[in-house]
Design a protein around this ligand. Structure first.
Ligand code: ISL
Length: 579
């Protein structure tokens, strides 16, 4: 039986600081803006926020390129402002997670400036520096064939050292060399700086890239492109677990800090168990990437493999049944700042389905075992930018790099880019970063009417905003609030209960259904989720006598021996053993 802890019972609300609330009308969200919304966040029924990076940064990757871990990006505010936010949350019995980006820094960080200054300085080995590979013709080449996650080579030549440095993301995001004991201790000090100020834990960015194969071997060649992934040598490397244990024993354990590792490239059950099995005392939980990759095709993010309900069933089944085997814990999530909105990708934002579909996804997030993470805006059914937005609406570096690379390969012909636009419309990171839609005033109440918002505001805000849903008992927002109350009320069942899938042979392939049971209380719940735009009728005589705990359908659709679901319908049945 899994031990009960606060971080298992938490519900986390992710805030993208640039896009939440602007207090000084410069078009960019800020810390005082977030403070002003604490009553709203509390009214939702969530108890923890996760802030994407707010630290000093040249903002080449929206703050995931940090130049000083102990100061705040000036347009967001000051360390005192952040202290005010921490205190305000704590005064409201809420907690705060920060984004810990320590796989890499900005090239403007003092550490990198020093490291690049010579081959002999005290920080010379805090990053990965390698001599060029000189070929038979005397040409200078990159030390290996690894490809950057944002495109191009992962290696960049630096004149002052006459060497290449490694950067798995942008050239301005050099990877830290975790083999350096001094470098590790310096990041631990930076973590303590924030924990001492009351931060309750961290979401650890690109967590499993911190240990690379020490020889940095060439990646497996799979095509005739000049650069190859190399992930088999830079993800979950041999010292990964040593680093995590050192961090946990040396830092986290002293603060009861909650930890969520972002786990890319590593997907198998055994490897995952090594991070979160209770007896290993490493991380509390993970984001496995599979849930945001369900519509990625064979050539990566911007190629297509259509979403199908069987995919979410398979991934959910895998982790819901795996975790109890090793007494591990996991997150439950569908959205973050790196992807399109799940509503638009895995359900439907078409006007006739949008509210129902958003509620169905809320039902999924809040009725599974694991700690739910939601992205701000999800509670009002925010959606992707529509097809009326052209390439200029997309400003994120990942999508832009992809667009420009394809455009170049096609000889610069803009009229040939429709397929690329279709993928951006589904998956671009911009959608997850859209300014929060607070009301129907100009600029959606995110910033003042005369300010220039830092990025596109989705014009559907006129209809889809917080203010219009607050007093409407049938709104998406009201549904989220009701579901969040239920999750707390049925804590034993919904947080800690066991999980069992209802077989696809019973539900058909478009409906995902599962049963949660608590041995402790004798309660069970059966959740039916229709991931299709067709009505469904599911045999349910086994659940005769169950009552309806909640539903996104006006009439519940529960008969004696069937559950009828409208398109994107969701029904949760409930029973308490009467023996
Ligand atoms: O964004 C992705 C897919 O679109 C991922 O591959 C992502 O780059 C990866 O999950 C790591 O993400 C994290 O680190 C990046 C940053 O750009 C992302 O925003 C962050 O979530 C580099 O720090």
């Amino acid at each position: 039986k899994t031990e009960k802890t606060w971080w298992k019972e938490a519900v986390v609300y992710q805030i993208y600081p640039a896009s939440f609330a602007d207090s000084n009308n410069d078009g960019l969200g800020d810390i005082p803006g977030i403070v002003s919304k604490v009553p709203y966040i509390k009214s939702l029924g969530v108890d923890t926020i996760w802030l994407s990076p707010i630290f000093a940064s040249p903002q080449h990757d929206m703050g995931y390129d940090i130049s000083d871990y102990r100061s705040i990006h000036a347009p967001y505010g000051t360390v005192e402002d952040v202290q005010g936010l921490i205190d305000e949350l704590h005064a409201n019995q809420m907690r705060i997670l920060m984004d810990l980006v320590v796989n890499h820094t900005s090239d403007q960080h003092a550490w990198f400036q020093e490291s690049r200054s010579s081959r002999t300085n005290a920080k010379s080995d805090w990053y990965f520096w390698r001599d060029p590979k000189v070929d038979s013709k005397g040409n200078r080449n990159e030390p290996n064939n690894w490809k950057s996650i944002f495109g191009g080579s992962a290696w960049h030549f630096d004149e002052s050292r006459g060497q290449y440095y490694l950067a798995l993301f942008l050239p301005s995001q050099p990877d830290l060399n975790w083999q350096s004991e001094q470098m590790r201790q310096a990041t631990y000090d930076d973590m303590r700086f924030w924990l001492d100020r009351g931060v309750d834990g961290f979401r650890i960015d690109s967590m499993n890239l911190m240990s690379k194969h020490p020889d940095l071997p060439d990646g497996k060649v799979v095509d005739d492109e000049p650069y190859q992934s190399g992930a088999e040598f830079f993800a979950s490397g041999p010292a990964m677990h040593d680093y995590i244990r050192e961090m946990r024993r040396g830092v986290f354990d002293h603060y009861d800090a909650m930890t969520v590792g972002e786990l890319g490239f590593t997907k198998d059950e055994f490897s995952v168990s090594q991070y979160v099995a209770k007896d290993r005392k490493e991380l509390n939980m993970l984001f496995t990437g599979d849930i945001v990759d369900m519509d990625f095709g064979p050539d990566g993010k911007y190629s297509r493999d259509d979403f199908h309900p069987s995919k979410i069933r398979k991934i959910t089944d895998l982790w819901q049944t795996a975790m109890p085997k090793f007494d591990g814990w996991n997150t439950v999530y569908l959205d973050n700042h790196d992807s399109g909105r799940s509503l638009s990708r895995y359900a439907s934002d078409a006007p006739q389905h949008r509210a129902t579909a958003a509620k169905m996804l809320a039902t999924y997030l809040l009725t599974l075992s694991g700690t739910p993470f939601m992205l701000a805006g999800q509670e009002i059914g925010m959606a992707n930018l529509g097809k009326e937005y052209g390439p200029d609406a997309y400003i994120d570096v990942e999508g832009k790099n992809h667009y420009n690379a394809v455009l170049k390969a096609r000889g610069g012909d803009e009229s040939q880019m429709q397929d690329v636009m279709t993928e951006l419309q589904l998956k671009a990171r911009d959608h997850g970063r859209l300014p929060m839609q607070w009301d129907d005033s100009a600029n959606a109440g995110f910033t003042s009417a005369d300010a220039k918002p830092w990025m596109t505001i989705n014009q559907d805000y006129v209809k889809w905003n917080v203010a219009s849903q607050l007093d409407d008992g049938a709104s998406v927002l009201s549904y989220w609030k009701q579901m969040l109350v239920l999750r707390k009320q049925y804590n034993d069942l919904l947080v800690y209960g066991s999980y069992e899938a209802v077989p696809e042979s019973t539900t058909g392939e478009d409906v995902f259904a599962y049963k949660r049971s608590s041995a402790e209380t004798g309660e069970s719940a059966v959740v039916f989720l229709n991931f299709s735009d067709r009505a469904q009728r599911i045999p349910a005589s086994k659940f005769r006598g169950y009552s309806v705990l909640c539903s996104n359908q006006g009439s519940s659709g529960v008969e004696d021996d069937h559950v009828s679901l409208v398109p994107f319908g969701a029904v949760v049945l409930y029973d308490r053993r009467r023996d």
